[in-house]
Design a protein around this ligand. Sequence first.
Ligand SMILES: Nc1nc2c(ncn2[C@@H]2O[C@H](COP(=O)(O)OP(=O)(O)OP(=O)(O)O)[C@@H](O)[C@H]2O)c(=O)[nH]1
Ligand SMILES: [Mg+2]
Ligand SMILES: [Zn+2]
Length: 308
Amino acid sequence: MRGLVIKTTGNSYTVQPADGGGLVTAYVKGNFRIRGIRSTNPVAVGDYVQVERLPDGTNWITDIEDRRNYIIRRSANLSKQTHILAANIDQAVLLVTVAHPVTSTTFIDRFLATAEAYRVPAVLLFNKTDILTEDEMRTLQEWQELYRSLGYETFAVSATHLDADTVLPLFAGKVSLLSGNSGVGKSTLLNAVAGREITRTAELSAQHDSGMHTTTFSEMYPLEGGGGYIIDTPGIKGFGAVAMEKEEISHYFREIFRFGRACRYGNCLHLGETGCAVIPAVEKGGIALSRYESYLSLLGDCEESKYR
Ligand SMILES: Nc1nc2c(ncn2[C@@H]2O[C@H](COP(=O)(O)OP(=O)(O)OP(=O)(O)O)[C@@H](O)[C@H]2O)c(=O)[nH]1
Ligand SMILES: [Mg+2]
Ligand SMILES: [Zn+2]
């Protein structure tokens, strides 16, 4: 049977059969490995798998289909192993609040850079528009303009006063990864979009997670009407922490990459080298200062990890 892995709990996997049958709990043999990936979890949420049922009634995952993309993070232990958070993602949605709490532009830019690195389309969803002051609304508009000018889709909503018709099309029929700082309204949005059925599950798993900070279990929540899934991953805070080489970081900042092509040296890090085309662009406003600062902050991470 072919199915979609919608939940992992460490040793078992919940699989939704592709033919529409009921959910199945399946296991993976200890020696099961995917070629080329050193991962602590061979099967991830979002994977399409083959499941075989044995005469004793147990279900076993025997094969994994090639992934379109996947999001990994380095495992908590110090080995070089990685942990796959989710596979086959259509889009990564970042919930942003300009106030209550403030989402920093560095956080947004790290998210976007990571999405670029994984080649996952990114969408910014600005939340809590119902409680913003005029000044904060102006900030929201400025941020929207900035990110739209870079080619990112952005929307402004209030998850507590949600008109499902306006947000549902964004999620319908797609596998979306929902991310954002604590308190920005991820659970609220998930409940509003996915419907009441999901609420309980979300609350349960949230409680579960708060008791175990190292949890790496992910879950996909199916959406009613239009299909699609939202993946809520507790560990997704680490979505900003892919291992990047210094020289490649600017590739993940669209406009810095574009301006950087005119730098005199191909390996220019845009830190003041002779003939750098990026710094003049920052000075003239072609590149937003906040974006350049986020770029510097990611470069700084690289320096740090060298000494770790
Ligand atoms: N006024 C207002 N409050 C909101 C909105 N969306 C969420 N909230 C409130 O913000 C608080 C945090 O919302 P949650 O949905 O729990 O946030 P979260 O992102 O899931 O937070 P974590 O689970 O800690 O990561 C709750 O009190 C929500 O009711 C909104 O659009 N407007
Ligand atoms: Mg939550
Ligand atoms: Zn340069």
